[in-house]
Design a protein. Structure first.
Lengths: 307, 569
């Protein structure tokens, strides 16, 4: 354990995440979110064997907790993170991510997170929604080399722009969005099982709050209302999902064996098999990523009145 | 440099006092005395920090700190105190500018002074009668002056709203001080010494102040109203650019607004984000070191902010995403653009789809809702935006599928075939969509059955099923929920004169393209279909949706039969 949380100052934006063998992704991940204005990273490492803990201990703005326990048994790390958030997140804007997610939002290069959270504060909003967009390469997913310090989006330059399926889940009032390349390529016959893509990763935290299902939904339910129902648009962002980096094929084989996925792991066996087969996800209908303005114009995120 | 010493700045501050110090220094360095008021609720240490940061500057004063809650008289009182001090301490001051601790001068101070010197008697203050304002929030214009507001709008909203409602119900009305005509406007003004002295020395100011203590948001009405009593030359516009969101909160300017602010015709911008280093660095350079100003283009700024408000309030029709999911709004079932749904056309012509594409200049799909496969135009397996041809994926959320298709193809009209042989779950969505135009030839579903060469006995059950599905669809289309544009012809009506319905639909879907249509698609030779219908009747089915279809003998009459019809112009 490396606890540097005494560095946390009033009003700092904090980032919480749970990792396992992410030494390839973390350097860019940290650089990206640091540049956005995250002041401290609170990270749980779940039995990494690739030097991830050492890498994290070397970062001045990271506090690290380590565990060997089952990821699945702790609801995919959320229990650990919930405790850390209760302990350290109260009163802060907290960003809860996976190591393969890069948050972008309108004007992100020019306006760091405190500008966004200030806008949300003035709008009376405590939570901020983001759509997970699966990014993929042009060729077979195992091909190519992306060094840990390179922006993975230069390699994972493509995405599906307009095949997202939206419905409301009345119980928690959260949207349920599926679709994207994974629904298209892997769940054409079993769409109900396609991964959930809507997230609420940024919340002005209160120790009473809790994420219920990854960061897809939280309690109390009003925090899930990150969308306007009257026809207008609220401000929202996109999580660029870097899942399909070259290591994905071996990783899928490993994940399948570990059986640690959310829900019924057996359901995902076919999905992992397809991935292990090294598919090409790119089609003529794919869109090349050019930036947030493109994502906004495509309707995958919205500035929602922020200008 | 006589004119350079005439502007004094009253600054009302409450947070980010490091920026306030920078701003005060900038004004002072350019010869403008500054009187600062800091909100009493700001921590004392911060206030002391500001004082010591400015202690080397002789022409800076601080006035006693009062609490300035939003919407209360505290802000006005602080302004009055500071203005009094300004006029007393700095006799050279001819104009007083009211600014906040985040009001950034975006033009050289010299330019502002020159502007004031050009017409020295003018008061720059937005001052609009209550009848003419369109921007106020909460529906309170005139009532700001005639009701009482003892409760805080921010902290005691329920009491605030309840007390307003109660006063309305009781018909309560405060009487206005004599001679006062209520005016509203931006709280940021620039007044001449003469006018300001006039206001400060109004004979019944005690009574006026007592009155305004119970007016809501007096900082937007006190000076704006009183100026009308003392000044004869008012230019009703603020020199300070400020933009408001749909809830009436001021927009904040960030570093990426630099270019925009350079195009403003105002002299000061409210409010600049306290971390906008580029803005502060750029605009707080000394007058002499500045880059040349860009030609003002205030219309561009207005449009940008108006569009942002519209995006927040109205959104983009036809878009369903993580921060827009209209369920309450009228027009919730609205696709992004008009589209055409064609039922029963394709089986009647040999070349309907290519013809339609040419006639409408549109993308024409096959049966998008076919059971076996999504029939995208050109037989694509993955369509624009990544839509899959998997019927399972489509049927999992058919509304999203259609909304996505229409959204993804904005700028190109979409048409598709839809009939009783298709998956029907999407039907209510289409029917209730004002952007849908549905053209239906009832009974045409029987033509492919007839063409299949199978006997009436073999296809009887299928024909009956399709007829049931189609009549349910027609029944729905005639219901009250329907918002789509509907044209329905029976098969018999249609073949009597196919040109007219075809022209109609072209006119409806693409009025501009209509003039290019001279040729119509090739109608199938339907001789023999009448006998097929009779056979169905003989098998015990009642084919009714086709209308009164002519017998083969009757069909033989027009000469030549089923020629490619031409439109005569």
């Amino acid at each position: 354990m490396t606890n540097r949380t005494t560095q946390i100052g009033t009003g700092d934006v904090l980032c919480f995440l749970c990792v396992r063998n992410e030494s390839d992704r973390l350097p860019h991940f940290l650089r990206h979110h640091r540049a956005l204005g995250v002041r401290h990273f609170l990270i749980v490492d779940n039995g990494s064997t690739d030097g991830t803990p050492d890498l994290l201990r070397g970062q001045p703005d990271v506090s690290l907790w380590q565990t060997q326990a089952s990821y699945k048994a702790s609801r995919f790390g959320m229990d650990w993170l919930t405790w850390l958030m209760m302990r350290h997140g109260h009163g802060h804007w907290c960003l809860t991510l996976d190591a393969d997610e890069l948050l972008i939002y309108p004007y992100w290069q020019a306006r760091p997170l405190p500008a966004l959270t200030g806008w949300l504060d003035r709008q009376g909003r405590d939570s901020f929604g983001a759509l997970t967009v699966d990014m993929y390469p042009e060729g077979p997913v195992s091909q190519g080399v992306v060094g840990p310090d390179r922006d993975p989006i230069t390699h994972l330059a493509w995405f599906d722009a307009g095949n997202y399926l939206v419905q409301v889940q009345p119980r928690m009032r959260n949207l349920w969005i599926q679709g994207g390349v994974r629904a298209r390529a892997f769940f054409g016959q079993t769409p109900r099982r396609a991964p959930t893509l809507n997230k609420t990763p940024l919340v002005r935290w209160n120790w009473r709050y809790a994420y219920v299902n990854s960061t897809h939904a939280l309690l109390p339910p009003r925090l899930n209302q990150v969308y306007a129902t009257d026809g207008g648009e609220l401000t929202s962002g996109v999580l660029l999902h870097t899942k399909f980096l070259p290591g994905i094929t071996e990783r899928s084989a490993e994940e399948k064996t570990r059986g640690q996925h959310f829900g019924n792991a057996a359901q995902y066996a076919a999905y992992y098999d397809r991935l292990t087969d090294d598919p090409v996800l790119h089609t003529i209908a794919s869109t090349r990523y050019t930036g947030w303005r493109q994502m906004e114009a495509l309707g995958l995120m919205s500035r929602g009145g922020w200008v | 440099m006589t004119q350079a010493s005439t502007l004094g700045v009253v600054m009302l501050c409450h947070a980010a006092l490091d920026r306030a110090a920078q701003l005060a220094r900038h004004w002072a360095m350019h010869g403008c005395p500054v009187v600062i008021h800091v909100d009493a609720r700001t921590p004392h240490a911060q206030f002391e920090g500001l004082r010591s940061a400015l202690k080397d500057l002789p022409d800076i004063r601080f006035t006693p700190r009062l609490p300035c809650e939003w919407g209360t008289f505290g802000l006005v009182q602080a302004t009055l105190d500071a203005a009094t001090r300004m006029l007393a301490d700095f006799t050279q001051v001819s104009h007083v500018l009211l600014a906040s601790g985040s009001c950034l001068p975006i033009k050289p101070v010299r330019a502002l002074q020159a502007h004031l010197s050009a017409e020295p008697g003018i008061d720059f203050i937005e001052s609009v009668t209550t009848a003419d304002v369109g921007w106020t929030i909460g529906g309170l214009n005139e009532e700001r002056f005639t009701l009482r507001f003892p409760f805080s709008w921010k902290r005691q909203r329920r009491f605030f709203d309840g007390y307003v409602a109660l006063q309305r119900k009781l018909g309560f009305r405060r009487s206005l001080p004599k001679g006062l005509v209520p005016h509203l406007g931006s709280q940021w003004w620039c007044l001449t010494r003469r006018t300001l002295e006039g206001i400060l020395n109004l004979p019944d100011r005690g009574r006026i102040d007592r009155y305004f203590k119970r007016v809501w948001i007096p900082d937007e009405s006190y000076f704006q109203s009183l100026v009308r009593q003392v000044s004869t030359s008012i230019e009703s516009r603020s020199l300070t650019l400020s933009k408001f969101d749909y809830q009436g909160r001021p927009y904040i300017f960030y570093d990426d607004h630099l270019h925009l602010l350079r195009q403003a015709d105002a002299f000061i911008a409210r409010k600049a984000w306290h971390q906008a280093d580029v803005l502060y660095q750029t605009f707080l350079t000394r007058d002499g070191d500045r880059a040349h100003a860009t030609e003002p283009s205030p219309g561009k700024i207005n449009r940008l902010f108006a569009k942002a408000v519209e995006r927040r309030v109205k959104g983009r029709p036809g878009l369903y995403m993580q921060s827009r999911f209209p369920v309450r709004a009228r027009g919730a079932a609205l696709a992004a653009a008009p589209y055409g749904v064609f039922s029963g056309f394709a089986p009647l012509f040999t070349d309907f789809q290519p013809w339609l594409g040419r006639a409408l200049d549109a993308r024409v799909h096959g049966h998008l809702f076919a059971f076996d496969r999504v029939q995208f135009a050109g037989g694509e397996t993955v369509y624009k935006g990544g839509l899959s041809d998997s019927p399972t994926l489509r049927d999992y959320n058919p509304r999203s599928f259609l909304a996505n298709l229409i959204w993804n193809t904005r700028g190109e009209t979409q048409c598709f075939q839809f009939g009783p042989e298709d998956e029907q779950d999407i039907a209510p969505t289409i029917a209730s969509d004002p952007n849908a135009s549905i053209f239906l030839i009832s009974g045409a579903f029987a033509v492919p059955l007839w063409q299949s060469g199978r006997s009436a006995q073999e296809v009887r059950a299928e024909a009956a099923r399709l007829q049931k599905v189609e009549s349910d669809f027609i029944y729905m289309l005639k219901g009250v929920e329907t918002k789509a544009r509907i044209r329905i012809w029976s098969l018999a009506e249609f073949i009597e004169n196919p040109a007219e319905p075809l022209e109609q639909l072209v006119d409806l879907l693409n009025p501009r393209a209509a003039h290019r249509v001279t040729e119509l698609p090739q109608l199938l030779d339907l001789r023999g279909f009448g006998s097929f219908l009779q056979d169905l009747r003989n098998q015990g089915m009642a084919p009714v949706l086709m209308g009164d279809f002519p017998s083969d003998v009757e069909l033989a009459q027009p000469n030549p039969p089923f020629a490619r019809p031409r439109i005569v112009r």
